[in-house]
Design a binder for this molecule. Sequence first.
Ligand code: AMP
Length: 280
Amino acid sequence: MKICSTVKEVREQVNAWKKEGLTIGFVPTMGYLHEGHRSLMEAARKNNDKVVVSIFVNPMQFGPTEDLESYPRDLEKDAKVCEGVGVDLIFHPEPEEMYTEGFCSYVDMNGLTTELCGRTRPTHFRGVQTVVLKLFNIVKPDNAYFGQKDAQQLAVIKRMVTDLNVDITITGCPIVREEDGLAKSSRNTYLNADERKAALILSKSLAIGKELIEKGETDAAKVKKAISDNIETEPLAKIDYVDVVDFATITPVDTIKGETLVAIAVYIGKTRLIDNFIIG
Ligand code: AMP
């Protein structure tokens, strides 16, 4: 397995693979890899000749008061995880390699990015789209894999690829959870023991909403209320949002029909966690 820190090295390797007619699967990450990331890498491994993983804590997608500095990093451990899955190349650039002097071009979107996480993180998706398109242009994969854990991000990337005619197939992969239901996240490491217990309120409350819908409830307001009421029983939890939106367009719906995303963001202490389910 190669670890590359420059665009030039990645391009040389990718071009050599392309000359041989090999297919490339790509998994963009911010590192501190866990089984959620691993499931994406395994999907890539299964369906492509070569697998590239990027590990880059992208400054552009963090707001000024967010956790860019404290975001967990461990390249050595990450490299072992990648090696275990049979990854061929890790791209681990420094921010200066990605954002060279004079950088001033961005990818942006009207719609899809204004609701849910876009409300509290207004510049987040512009940072995500910009870095993902840059990574796509560097790695030139045939297939790229994203987790449903970040469902809005998945919808945004699918839309971007369609709108900008990016010739890459995007595959969404299911949420990987801890045994007790907490969605795996690099940010779970911020939780102390009490907060870790309290964090279960996210998956438990979503389960209540899901059950309601499965029993036939189609009124989005009632589902939102049931989820919010349950989250509010947890003293350490503070709701950022509880929303029901159309998955493709990320616009709020009143009536649940078609592919619908039920998504929540909740502060547990100072840590902001997200979780969701998609129905239909
Ligand atoms: P991150 O390193 O947090 O930027 O995540 C990189 C990729 O891994 C994104 O496509 C995430 O949606 C995905 N991912 C993160 N956590 C999980 C999880 N628990 N299950 C599935 N995919 C995940």
